[in-house]
Ligand binder design. Structure first.
Ligand code: SF4
Length: 315
């Protein structure tokens, strides 16, 4: 069903009413569609959302994000009902790291701690020593007591860590974000030639050759802070990450231009289709019918909770 702008407003009002009636709270990732960010009680990156999930007093958490994010909210709130508007919304990078594959790496490096990016399944979190997000990864890895670290699953973020953290051997799992890895050095070169005055900020999920050519490498929330800062002397900036970040950037500092990879720029979208299959209509249906609840075995919740809690304590 395609909605007209005036119908969006009506649906948004109805979702707000349901939220009050059911004592529900909506958490949304920055990659969500703008009309969903508008009705969320809290919008953030993975770290912000994990923290927020520990502070929620509502009976229902409606999580607008991909599957592992809903799982993380459930692990942190085992007694609450966590709903996903679209349970099929998954993360291809998280799915690359199976529990069996990580256990194999653990066998090869028995003294290494396993640090898991929050973009992993709950199963993988049960065999991880600590989790991290792109916002706190450097801090977490620096605190790990072993010299060898198995980093799961993102080899882009592992590359960023190997450059930032001294004295640790980072053993990367060979996973990656298929959306961020579509962007090439040649595409970046074209954008730089078109906008020679614009500094470049990139997410660490991008390939190493992109990170090496950037002025700033940071998580979603760090990119948001950097690109909207009044201390940055630039009329426009090039941002290489998911297009959803454009909305909060413009909201926070509308006086600057934000250049994203788009077909208009001749480089195609950097677009997470999984994040975008969540629509306002699905948010409404899930909340109205209280459907698509995240359900995890108690044992998985208990074990996975240790690695997430350790991350929150350390960050
Ligand atoms: S942008 Fe990449 S890492 Fe993020 S949810 Fe989508 S597939 Fe996963």
């Amino acid at each position: 069903m395609l909605l007209k702008p005036k119908d969006y407003k009506l649906l948004q009002e109805e979702i707000k009413r349901l939220k009050r009636e059911k004592n529900a709270v909506i958490l949304a990732h920055y990659y969500q569609r703008p009309e969903i960010q508008e009705i969320a009680d809290f919008v953030g990156d993975s770290l912000d959302l994990a923290r927020k999930a520990t502070e929620v007093s509502a009976d229902i958490i409606l999580f607008c994000g991909v599957h592992f994010m809903g799982e993380t909210a459930k692990i942190l709130n085992p007694d609450k009902r966590v709903l996903l508007p679209e349970p099929k919304a998954g993360c291809a990078m998280a799915d690359m790291a199976t529990k069996e594959a990580v256990l194999k790496l653990k066998d090869m490096y028995p003294n290494a701690w396993v640090v898991s990016y929050v973009n992993t399944t709950a199963e993988v979190k049960t065999i991880s020593d600590v989790c991290c997000t792109s916002a706190n990864a450097v801090k977490i890895v620096e605190k790990v007591p072993t010299d060898e670290i198995i980093f799961v699953p993102d080899k882009g973020l592992a590359y960023h860590l190997s450059k930032k953290v001294r004295g640790k051997k980072i053993i990367p799992f060979e996973g990656f974000c298929p959306d961020h890895y579509l962007f090439t050095a040649d595409m970046l070169q074209r954008l730089k030639e078109k906008y020679p005055d614009a500094p470049v900020g990139v997410h660490p999920e991008t390939p190493p050759e992109i990170q090496d050519r950037a002025d700033f490498v940071g998580s979603t929330s760090q990119l948001l802070r950097w690109a909207t800062s009044t201390e940055l002397k630039a009329d426009r900036v090039i941002i290489i990450t998911e297009i959803g970040l454009q909305y909060p950037l413009q909201k926070r500092n509308p006086y600057r231009g934000y250049i994203f990879p788009t077909p208009d720029e001749g480089v195609g979208y950097l677009f997470c289709s999984q994040m975008k299959i969540i629509t306002l209509e699905k948010v409404y249906e899930s909340l109205k019918e209280e459907k698509n609840e995240v359900d995890l075995p108690e044992e998985v919740i208990e074990k996975a909770n240790l690695s997430i809690k350790r991350m929150l304590d350390w960050s």
